[in-house]
Design a protein around this ligand. Sequence first.
Ligand code: SAM
Length: 267
Amino acid sequence: MNKFAAPRKSLGQNFLQDPNIINKIVASLGITKNDAVVEIGPGRGALTDLIIPQAGHTHLIEFDRDLVVHWQDRANSIKNLTVHGADVMRFDLHEIISTSDRKIKVIGNLPYNISSPVLFHLMHYAEHIEHQVVMLQKEVVERMASGPGSRQYGRLSVMLQQRYHIENLFKVPPTAFFPAPKVDSAIARLTPLTTIPFPVDNQTDFEKTVKQSFSMRRKTLRNNLKGSIDSEQIESLGIDPGARAETLEVADFAALSNLYTKLPKTA
Ligand code: SAM
């Protein structure tokens, strides 16, 4: 009999069951015995069972109480395993980072309903992360990795590419999971940039500028940025105010954001 409760839909529980895919995903992180690896949502351990023997230390962050009990029980006999029973969105990764003398590696087959918030949460710790391998809905990975001029290029692409080198590694079909999800999935590897080519002076202003620029995709920057940055100011950066956000490079968004940060604001 299966010792686990039925998969919980509310926690996005689609467990991996294809050994080839599982091997490929874990290999993408390039784990060595010197590494502290953090797995978000180990579930029943499809990835975890491969990670533990390869890593120096493995940390699991799991929200499902029954699964936390299961992993705590296993951790009693596995020296290099620590279990953190928590919601990853509320978990302070410094708790783990402070125990490691080198950058950590992060892996997760993430629940799709919280995948973007998890990526933004992890961004706070980017300087302490060497690589991050995540499974997401295929369309989300395409959006993350696409460049200017493509239909998928948008807010998520710009926000993440300012901070990471992003690779869309491979697709994963629904048949690789139990239960099978309704959508295709893909694996992305995010490597935080050690030297940020287009730094932003204020992260909140950057978020605001990018969001506003893309607020109506078919409208021009002049229109979308009305009230924040005017046409002459956009032009002073060498950017065409009549262009659409989808044609701009990450460097342009960083320049717009840094200009906005310097502008006097009316209360
Ligand atoms: N890694 C396993 C696999 O590949 O088979 C399970 C992946 S399943 C898609 C997502 C996992 O994340 C589940 O174990 C689920 O309980 C856990 N989870 C869901 N929401 C979470 C949260 N907010 N914080 C931490 N873990 C969460």
